[in-house]
Design a protein around this ligand. Sequence first.
Ligand SMILES: [Zn+2]
Length: 66
Amino acid sequence: MNCPICEKPVSFTDPEMPFCSERCRLLDLGNWASEKYVISTPIESSDDENFKPDFDADELDLEDAE
Ligand SMILES: [Zn+2]
């Protein structure tokens, strides 16, 4: 079979099967992670918007008190 990342032939006995190397396995993981990131971006960014103003206000308050 071939590595799904670089399409090099991979032996069935390869410990990183179906990838030819750990690097390609990690690359595949990275692909999954970035797909997940794209899907969850709207949720994360709205979460961020809720969190950030709170944090900023806190910091401003501290600076104001000085
Ligand atoms: Zn590969």
